[in-house]
Write a protein that binds this ligand. Structure first.
Ligand code: LLP
Length: 463
């Protein structure tokens, strides 16, 4: 039995979140929980029609739980907004660094999206998932020769980052079948986000210096083995304002205009990703539709002003496509109360399955899946199980009274969690399940101890 109306779940003293019970009209990046989240009559959290505590019993803990409906909804909202507001051709790519695995690539591609990959490994995964190479774009500021050869042979488009790569590509490509490239430039646009995830300012390791633009265009225009489709830029991640991308769109149209001086007919413009998501109730990002519409409008207006034909418009969101679709379920174990200081409640994972708090001081919200309406009487620090004092998942979490065995759910873990997971302390990486309509399918197996030593070699003389 399931509650038929949205349930208010207490998040902290006066903060509540409403479950959406499958309302797919909402922009996922403005929510904390997946859109299918609801609370059943056992007072347990359900996602995709599956009881989270049952999933943990079935698939083990910790567990990434990916809601297919939320992921598909985000894909559709991006795709349909670009179709609706942009009069030219458009293509949304999924920045798969957020979470690259076979199932995610296959779902996203089935919604008509292309895929942005940043390494041979991500490219391999996307191809193995059946993604059409014509819709794959390879990024990276130091692609190896091996990766470049793989990309050329696969037929994907290469987003060229720097002179060294450009010249290497000229060596590796042949005029009889030119390789499609885009040029990544640093636009010199500042945005307000964590400095590690800011990329558009001039002092960035990514992309050509825009002061080299003329030289780059002149050089590329003389390479018959390269077919330059257009320009690319990405200014940063977890951005809540629309203005930086408006500025970016306008700057990039100028680049298209400048290319004409070199007889380069550039037909594609990729504004990158970066739309933020709600990790806590105080985060207030624009919706997917608002962000996409702003980009369509600015590019159209700038092209009209320059009298340029509309390029194929691309964007490549990662976080806002997948973060909210996933939660991580953990099992609570030990706890420690230091009188007058704090109580630590420890879960069975931590910085190895979610390195974002220790890396970026990211803040997450949590609920106890088997006590959804219990009053929040405790303020605790949720600690991971790693041998590192900094392995704290959530400071000052407001929880009901918990006990060992309770299932703690951390929200919005779909982006840059599994993809940045490690085996620190030789913890096997968790499993991931895809949930939809009451069914759960394994999409990533839990690692075993055999997996942990799979790459180890013990030289004969040490035996
Ligand atoms: N395109 C390029 C070229 C990128 O470098 C990125 C992200 C994206 C698209 C997607 O950006 P998004 O829509 O996800 O904001 N590990 C960090 C985030 C690093 C982002 C790297 N680049 C984190 O956990 O916050």
């Amino acid at each position: 039995m399931v509650a038929t109306h949205p349930v208010e779940v207490q998040l902290s003293g006066n903060q509540y979140l409403s479950t959406r019970n499958g309302d797919l009209t909402i922009s996922p990046n403005q929510e904390l929980l997946p859109l299918t989240a609801r609370v059943n009559h056992q007072d347990c959290l359900e996602i995709g029609g599956c009881d989270v505590t049952t999933l943990v019993q079935q698939f083990g803990s910790p567990l990434y739980i990916l809601d297919e409906a939320t992921l598909r909804t985000a894909c559709q909202q991006y795709r349909d907004t670009f179709k609706q507001y942009y009069k030219g051709e458009s293509q949304v790519l999924y920045a798969s660094k957020a979470w690259n695995c076979l199932a995610v690539c296959a779902i996203v591609a089935s919604e008509g999206l292309g895929i942005d990959v940043v390494s041979g490994g991500e490219l391999y995964t996307a191809l193995q998932a059946g993604v059409d190479a014509n819709k794959i774009y390879l990024h990276g500021n130091n692609k190896s020769r091996q990766e470049l050869v793989f990309a050329i042979e696969s037929g994907c488009t290469i987003v060229v980052d720097n002179w060294y790569e450009l010249k290497t590509l000229v060596e590796l490509t042949t005029t009889d079948s030119p390789t499609r490239i885009m040029l990544r430039l640093t636009p010199g646009i500042e945005c307000h986000t964590h400095e590690y995830i800011r990329t558009g300012h001039l002092d960035s390791k990514f992309g050509f210096d825009p002061n080299d633009l003329d030289q780059v265009f002149a050089y590329v225009s003389e390479q018959p083995s390269l077919k330059c489709l257009g320009v690319h830029a990405h200014i940063g991640s977890q951005i809540f304002e629309r203005q930086p991308h408006r500025d970016l769109g306008a700057v990039m149209v100028q680049w298209l205009r400048d290319a004409k001086k070199y007889n380069l007919e550039l037909t594609e413009l990729n504004v990158g990703g970066g739309l933020g998501i709600k990790y806590t109730e105080s985060d207030d990002p624009p919706s997917i539709e608002e962000w996409s519409k702003a980009i369509c409008e600015v590019v159209q207006a700038a092209c009209a002003a320059e009298n340029l034909p509309l390029p194929k418009l691309l964007c490549e969101p990662g976080r806002s496509l997948i973060a909210t679709a996933c939660v991580t379920a953990y099992t609570i174990g030990s706890s420690k109360t230091i009188p007058d200081i704090r109580t630590y409640v420890t879960i069975d994972g931590g910085m190895s399955d979610n390195p974002r708090p220790i890396t970026y001081q990211s803040v997450y919200r949590t609920v106890v899946a088997n006590k959804m309406s219990a009053p929040l009487t405790e303020t605790v620090t949720v600690a991971g199980k790693h041998c590192e004092s900094g392995d704290i998942l959530i400071k000052n979490a407001q929880l009901p009274k918990t006990e060992p065995g309770d299932v703690l759910v951390v929200m919005a873990t779909g982006a840059y969690n599994y993809s940045m997971a490690s085996n620190y302390n030789r913890l096997p990486r968790p499993a991931a399940v895809l949930v939809a309509n009451g069914e759960a399918n394994l999409i990533l197996q839990r690692e075993t101890y055999e997996d942990i030593i799979r790459q180890d070699c013990l030289p004969e003389r040490l035996k």
